[in-house]
Ligand binder design. Sequence first.
Ligand code: GLY
Length: 355
Amino acid sequence: MNKPEGRIFFGSEACETMHHYFDSCFASGRMIFILVDENSRKCCLPILLSNCDLNQYKFTMIEIQSGEKNKTLETVAFIWEQLTIGGADRKSVLINLGGGVLCDMGGFAASCYNRGIETVNIPTTLLAMVDAAVGGKTGFDFITYKNHIGSFYQPSGIFVFEEFLKTLEIRQIEAGLAEVIKYGFISDQSLLEKLYGSKTETLSFNELIQICIHAKIEITTIDPNEQGLRKILNFGHTIGHAIESFALNREIDILHGEAVAVGLLCELWLSVKYKSLDSNVLNDYILFYHYHFSHLTYVFENANEIIDRMMLDKKNSSGLLKFVLINKPGEPIWDEVITNDGVKECLEFYNTLKI
Ligand code: GLY
């Protein structure tokens, strides 16, 4: 097989396809670059190389530093520099082995290098497996605004190896659960039953990942460039991104999934207040939130700081704050305008849960 053709591969099929892919790149003289960070180099690269029998192949490794604070133009420029020094040409391939931050930056770097080279995602975190690595959004943060610069650029293949989850700290897994439960609210409510009342270690991750990826592909196939339907994937993200951006600016340690978990809480509250969402849906989520995210103790004293950040979010326009809300699980609506006072109230609600 010459190119994995934009498909998603799991487990042993992923290994076999990856092996053939390396084989065909090698046979046709295409250079392979693998983008890693210190975590994926240490914990995941050896598993990938040995499980898929790739040690015999020559590739160039590009290592960047992990973390949202490094999701910058400087890091992207570093990737371009390393591709250039390594002799990458238009036929070269960039394989992104890492979490959401790395896949986003690698995808962006590939989308511009030589006007676009082939790229492949091998997500190593739950969050990247269910969301970031799928759907072709790429980019980096700019002057602390989340994903401010970016492109839509589809990877030619996505390879999911569930065993990488064993290399993660529990905090990373729980952050990923926020993106998983998001799909329960916007698309497949069977996820809510699967997640509620289960301990993290007893969850069937393979099943969860497949459900989420299936939902994401369905949505992004209909609306790849986020003109309408794809916006539902931003449930929990309007407030989540503003919190993340705010935290980034103040060097507060919060993972993307954790900010989304807070965002979901606030946006479910808004759905109860302004739409027809049953308050039991919010109450059930609050229990889930307390179980997985009780370590998040930050209180928002000044809602205006969050609102200011939201105004600069690309999802909002003409000074209006637009949200995805839900009428019930599986029934999302997008472009719902909420006033500044509405946002203040939902942040106050979040603050009261912390006391
Ligand atoms: N993470 C949201 C999207 O891919 O549209």
